[in-house]
Ligand binder design. Sequence first.
Ligand code: ADP
Ligand code: ASP
Ligand code: MG
Length: 411
Amino acid sequence: MGLIVQKFGGTSVGTPERIKNAARRVARTREAGHDVVVVVSAMAGETDRLIRLAREVAAQPDEREYDWVVSTGELVSSGLLALALLDKGVSARSIDASHIVRTDADHANARIRTVDTERVRAELARGAVLVVPGFQGMTESGDVTTLGRGAGDLSAVALAAALKADACEIYTDVTGVFTSDPNVVPRARKLARVSFDEMLEMSSLGARVLQTRSVKLAKRYGVRIHVRSSFSDEEGTWVVPESEVMERLVVSGVTYNRNEAKVTIFRVPDTPGVAAAIFSPISEAGILVDVIVQNVAHDGKTDMTFTVPRGDLARCLPIAQEVGRKLGAGGVVSDASVAKVSVVGLGMKDHAGVAAQMFRALSAEGINIQMINTSEIKISVVIAERYVELACRVLHDTFNLGAAAPGAEES
Ligand code: ADP
Ligand code: ASP
Ligand code: MG
């Protein structure tokens, strides 16, 4: 008998029928003799709806009230899942995450400070399944916070870590982590295992199957995650320490992120302090700059191009224009229809030629590379958004990801 954390994502609780399906799974785990803590997301589409509502009534919603509103999707789904469990004769109760998860006050993107396991254990000792709304917590002073989009995964991993759970199961609408988004690349292959570092890179580059911060937390606390489908019993993907991964492919995944916009400031002076002058006010506005390319200078002038999340472009442009004016730049242009496509793999660390192979494959399809960014285990390119799906498929084929590596475990 162990303690299992089971998290159900938005699609997995998207309809009453699906909530009953999730309840059946929880009931089975309970029948096998385990204690179960369930973490739920809002029903599919609900968080988006709540965000739209908040923005309809206020152009710049107050952050405390905004979190109050968008956190409610999970309250509904947790209650509904508890109802479905009780209806099946399984002792269950929903519990307010604000009693358990203490966070800082960075609304809409709060960080978890502590998780109150005593309270959870006391409830479990009464023999009930606990259903916890994901994605939220509460500050020391009693304000509801949310933890960032997709953070139901983070809530689940935090609870699994704090409770030293025997397993952390993430139930979603695909059967595991694939070599690329299976909804975009039909030939994508499910990975039996993936290391924390590779998963971290894949998540942060757009593979939304696991939220990035949840993977970071899992790595820090050694929480092994089982990503699997809520619609089948198929074994999913285990996210585990690197030492447990059999296959160490040069390239193990292709990811994309459509949430990108590109800004260019033309002809800024090529002198010390210019980059700081441009990027300081942008970062002070809380905008995360991603890829940066600075051209080689001509006549003492250079062009500076960078990407920001698409939703932040409208805020970023006036800042860039203001800095441009101060620097006597030649102008500012932007493009909100770009995307980033990346290849990821631990084996790249000691393997040359991946970048060249990637660029050749894209050029053979006539896809223009606008920006390039590399690290030890990934290569990213910024391209026109309309080529994203083609680029993913071509790169998936180029690196032969549809076929299992020799000697690797089959999933
Ligand atoms: P949930 O609502 O269960 O949290 P998400 O929509 O957040 O589910 O994540 C699951 C989705 O992630 C899948 O439907 C799939 O389209 C997408 N995805 C992107 N990249 C990958 C990948 N490499 N492997 C699996 N799924 C991926
Ligand atoms: N409901 C939240 C969101 O859509 C959290 C989650 O689903 O994980 O971002
Ligand atoms: Mg998710």
